[in-house]
Design a protein around this ligand. Structure first.
Ligand code: SF4
Length: 681
């Protein structure tokens, strides 16, 4: 493009939770490129997804541009009035026949805070139920629960810049930032060049292992044992911060009793690591002054996910590394606005700002604010809604910008659930695998066509700015929800996204000081309670959000499905560098597809030799849920008897194989461990 024919619009990357700032390059009503901008989380860096996959999909020829109604199994174009009236009539009828709790909604962690706020308001105020959730359920709900329980707030404690600059040791657990959060990964590499030592705790030889000081190649599903072993060593060697424990925490005695059992030798056996490496890791982490824990889905996506997260809090509190610069417990959130979708109350037990549905004062507050009577019954998580639909208890479902047919575990159980619904609405940019099951499909708009805010992984609320006009008849997402609400007898209207943020600031105390005007420069990190408050880069400085930090004594439990004679390989899943989740965005970028356009399974050379499989060979992979075909990637990234697949590709969709087993607290799926078999085709 010729620079003089274009304008630049500063906005926030629509992919991962790093929240990189960038300029969309606009020519006429078309996006023609992306340039990095100097944001607090990205310092002028962008990864391949931000730079090359953030604009082509916006103008893709297969965008949905008009409402669709399914008649006799075939989608037909409809007017907005027809489609919205049908949605409202059907949901009203189901509510009258089966009660408000027969309805549910999944909100979109990719869309702006303002849309998420209005979506949950629609489900609560107009549907009349708390059955609302977002995709944090399947990625970091364990962080929301685990950190809130132990520290009082379910969010990253320190800023990205703080945990990658001037640190001595980084304890990186179940996180592959080079591929999943590449700009964070790049900043960790810079930290290594400046002398930081990284301890990688991961079942795979991820790229950062090459530059790390130590790699503990733990068996997938053994994080709790690893953490207990670390704490055993720290206590035995007198490296715990006794003042911090005494003054700022509770529950220590029980923890001390429990971790006494987790000797390095016992933990080495459970985790398949070297006892000496565990001792070295504990010493390195405990002795460093500035040593953050950074973790990701390798900790959360287990049947013990919440316990894994609480274990991360335990380790940091034991050595007093919370509430300080260059320390803390830091989950890297996956989607660009998954933190925001949670903050906005798209969860079945929390109103906006984590204000509890179970608290009568909270109900009273929102009834007054929204001028409506609200349900005080805790709703179902998205992972509970699907089985409830199969059982006929959930009759009507509204999904905004999520694709559970591809993303949820055990695809068959998702198919059964969606097929059993009486009425199903999907609001989307594209005709996704999930939208194909809908009765009505409503065309929403992309991040580049709207104003609003995203909240990145470090709690920083940043602006999203409209760069181009929507395509066809596609409409502003919050305006669609308002139309549905109005037709359901709860009139609702906003003139702008900014007006919604003003309401958010009124009802969420930790957003009290956030205005669009104040977000112009670097955004603001919540809590930001008043116009005088400049936000909170580091949490839990003087005291924890819950008062005292709570140690949790957690015994190690095995994963729900382990390899056996029929399914002898342990399979984990995760993200790769070039693609993002269901590839709705990256899959529409030609250059990226040229580099990576098919699924693959990482398999150790020892296993491949035994099975007669070579690099690039087609193989079948089966579990108790199904069988898929994919291609072998042979090497030593995974341990023998362990395999790894990404979840991005509909051909060889790994979720046909994963197991619908869940953590008991956060109800998060165990994507990281299931048993499979492999055979050459
Ligand atoms: Fe976008 Fe994440 Fe890449 Fe930054 S690191 S450019 S937010 S995908």
């Amino acid at each position: 493009y010729r620079a003089w024919e274009t304008k630049k619009v500063r906005t926030t990357c629509p992919h991962c939770g790093t929240g990189c700032q960038m300029n969309l390059v606009v020519k006429g009503n078309q996006l023609v490129g992306v340039e990095p901008a100097n944001g607090p989380a990205n310092r002028n860096l962008l990864c391949v997804k931000g730079k090359f996959a953030s604009y082509k999909f916006v103008g893709a020829g297969d965008r949905l541009t008009e409402p669709l109604i399914k008649r006799n199994g075939i989608f037909e174009p409809a007017t907005w009035d027809e489609a919205l009236t049908l949605v409202a009539d059907k949901f009203s009828q189901l509510k009258a026949d089966y009660g408000a709790d027969s309805l549910a909604g999944f909100s979109c962690s990719r869309s702006v805070n303002e849309d998420n706020y209005v979506f949950q308001k629609m489900v609560r105020a107009a549907f009349g139920t708390n059955n609302v959730d977002n995709c944090a359920r399947v990625c970091h709900s364990a962080s929301v629960h685990g950190l809130a329980h132990t520290l009082g707030s379910g969010a990253m404690t320190n800023p990205i810049a703080d945990i990658t600059t001037d640190v001595e040791v980084i304890l990186l657990v179940g996180s592959n930032p080079t591929e999943a959060h590449p700009v964070v990964g790049a900043q960790i590499r810079q930290a290594i060049q400046n002398g930081a030592k990284v301890i990688v705790v991961d079942p795979r030889k991820i790229d950062l292992v090459k530059d790390s000081a130590l790699h503990l190649q733990v068996k997938a599903g053994t994080n709790v044992a690893f953490a207990n072993g670390m704490m055993h060593v720290i206590l035995k060697e007198g490296l715990a911060d006794r003042d911090f424990i005494e003054n700022r925490t509770e529950g220590f005695e029980e923890l001390e009793r429990l971790v006494a059992e987790y000797t390095p030798e016992k933990v080495a056996e459970i985790c398949h690591i070297d006892a000496e490496d565990l001792i070295t890791a504990a010493r390195m982490y405990a002795k460093a002054d500035k040593a953050p824990i950074i973790y990701c889905l390798g900790v959360t996506e287990h049947s013990t996910g919440t316990e894994g997260v609480m274990s991360m809090s335990n380790i940091a509190m034991l050595v007093g590394k919370i509430g300080k610069q260059g320390c803390g417990v830091n989950p890297l959130r996956g989607q660009n606005n998954v933190q925001g979708a949670c903050d906005m109350g798209c969860m079945p037990y929390d109103f906006p700002g984590y204000q509890k549905v179970a608290n009568p004062e909270v109900i009273e507050k929102f009834e007054k604010a929204w001028n409506v009577s609200l349900s005080s019954k805790t709703g179902l998580t998205s992972t509970q809604v699907l089985p409830a639909a199969t059982e006929g208890k959930i009759k009507g479902l509204y999904i905004f910008g999520e694709d559970p047919i591809v993303t949820d575990p055990d695809t068959n159980h998702v198919r059964k659930a969606l097929e059993n619904l009486d009425f199903f609405v999907v609001q989307e940019l594209f005709m996704t695998e999930t939208a194909a099951y809908a009765d009505v499909v409503l065309p929403g708009i992309s991040y580049a066509e709207k104003d609003g805010t995203f909240t990145n992984t470090e709690r920083r609320v940043q602006r999203v700015r409209k760069a181009v006009e929507p395509r066809g008849e596609a409409r502003e997402d919050y305006a669609i929800f308002c139309e549905v609400m109005t037709r359901l007898g709860y009139p609702c209207h906003y003139d702008s996204a900014e007006e919604i943020m003003e309401e958010i600031a009124e009802v969420i105390p930790t957003f009290g000081g956030i205005t669009y005007e104040r977000l112009e420069e670097e955004g603001l990190q919540w809590p930001c309670r008043s116009k005088e408050d400049s936000g909170t880069p580091i949490m839990h400085v003087e005291e924890f959000t819950r008062g005292k930090g709570l140690f949790m004594a957690i015994p190690y439990k095995k994963s729900r499905e382990l390899p056996d004679d029929s399914y002898p390989y342990l399979m984990s899943t995760g993200r790769m560098l070039y693609h993002y989740n269901t590839r709705a965005m990256t899959g529409r970028t030609e250059g990226i597809n040229k580099i990576s356009n098919r699924s693959y399974i990482e398999i150790n050379t020892v296993d491949a030799d035994r099975l007669g499989i070579e690099e690039g060979d087609k193989v079948t992979v089966s579990s108790r849920r199904g069988t898929i075909e994919t291609y072998a990637a042979v090497g030593d990234r995974v341990f023998p008897q362990e395999v790894f697949m990404t979840f991005h590709f509909p051909d060889g969709n790994v979720n046909e194989l994963t197991i619908a087993e869940f953590d008991d607290i956060a109800i998060i799926p165990e994507y990281k461990v299931c048993a499979v078999n492999i055979a050459p085709v």
